[in-house]
Design a protein. Structure first.
Length: 175
């Protein structure tokens, strides 16, 4: 990113190759919308180019990138004011005509229930879980991003996990 900051904007492609999948996973689970996540990944890299002067080599690139992603997703939610959930077709990774074995079917159902429970969490709880699990950032880095201490991050992650567990185990929880 230092090279991009210094004007070698072609290096942004290398950063994209290294980090787009992680950003996409985070943004997809945050928004619940595949197309929005793809658009937001592009928006984050556009913002990297636009705000390249604000990157400080002393800081960590991944934390800066996730700060841009948080801002882009906040703008997305502000614009849309409603969340869309993914369709069954988007969630099917490998469609097949053959029936799944019972254990794979049960596992797929559990994944869908978990995804649905995650989308039912309030945005702040969903965000802290995804940052702690998907970003590769430490609690200290997440705390810097959110403006709180590492201890507060740990408490919020614990509470969010407890809420997710309650939603997942709720009777009638469907994908």
């Amino acid at each position: 990113m230092t090279q991009v900051s210094d004007g070698d904007v072609e290096k942004l492609g290398l950063l994209f190759e290294r980090h787009h999948a992680r950003l996409f996973g985070y943004l997809w689970r945050l928004t619940g919308d595949r197309e929005a996540a793809e658009d937001l990944v592009q928006e984050v890299f556009v913002r990297m180019l636009k705000y390249r002067g604000s990157f400080r080599p002393r800081g960590e690139f991944v934390a800066w990138m996730f700060a841009l992603a948080r801002n882009a997703s906040a703008d997305y939610f502000e614009r849309s004011k409603r969340r869309q959930t993914t369709t069954d077709e988007e969630l099917a990774e490998h469609p097949s005509e053959a029936p799944l074995p019972l254990e794979r079917l049960e596992s797929a159902e559990a994944v869908e229930r978990l995804r649905a429970a995650l989308l039912k969490l309030p945005a702040d709880k969903r965000e802290i879980l995804l940052l702690s699990r998907d970003s590769g950032l430490s609690c200290e880095q997440i705390g810097g991003l959110l403006g709180c201490s590492a201890g507060t991050v740990r408490v919020r992650v614990h509470r969010a996990l407890r809420s997710l567990q309650q939603l997942f185990q709720a009777p009638g929880m469907e994908a």
